[in-house]
Design a protein around this ligand. Structure first.
Ligand code: ZN
Length: 175
């Protein structure tokens, strides 16, 4: 299996993999010091461990992204850096036939990415999207957050409520 490591780069030439049989696999790891997620949001130390699989329509990229980004705690407003992990799967279609060089139809689904005419697959956009997905909706600075007690119900109450729901379900099944 071919393994590739990209350092502060997001482009992989996939000509060989496109010529391989369906099911062929290549592993790709990526490290990016910085990645702009949005106008005013930047992630640091992005690490991706990816598998490129040759599928009939092109290449399936799957794997896990770990990313660190500045956050403001939703409970106590402290600024902190959080590290988050997100898994994903994305399909890439070639824009030209790797054997004949003839143009191929564009994907109709806009969630499918396109490999350029030089067989270069660019991971930047999917990594940006996955890093955004990895961002918590309500970031919390940590277990010692001083805002924890005042803004959330006691964690034991939550556990009791969950148990009550589970117990109700079990009771239903017993009837
Ligand atoms: Zn906090």
């Amino acid at each position: 299996m071919i393994a590739t490591h990209l350092h502060n780069d997001t482009v992989v030439n996939v000509a060989q993999l496109l010529k391989a049989r369906v099911g062929a696999v290549r592993t790709v790891t990526v490290h990016l010091d910085d990645l702009a997620l949005d106008q005013d949001l930047e992630a640091r130390n992005l690490e991706a461990g990816l598998k490129f699989t040759r599928i009939a329509s092109g290449i399936l990229v799957s794997g896990e992204v770990t990313v660190t980004s500045p956050q403001v705690c939703a409970r106590c407003l402290t600024e902190f850096e959080g590290t988050y992990v997100e898994s994903f799967e994305a399909e890439y279609w070639p824009s030209v036939d790797v054997f004949t060089g003839l143009p191929l139809p564009e994907p109709t689904d806009d969630e499918i990415f396109v490999i350029d005419e030089n067989h270069q697959l660019d991971l930047r956009e999917i990594l940006r999207q996955v890093a955004i997905l990895a961002q918590p909706i309500r970031p919390v600075c940590g277990p010692d957050c001083p805002g924890f007690q005042s803004l959330l119900p006691d964690s034991e109450d939550i556990a009791d409520a969950r148990l009550a729901v589970l117990q109700a379900l079990l009771d239903d099944r017993a009837d």
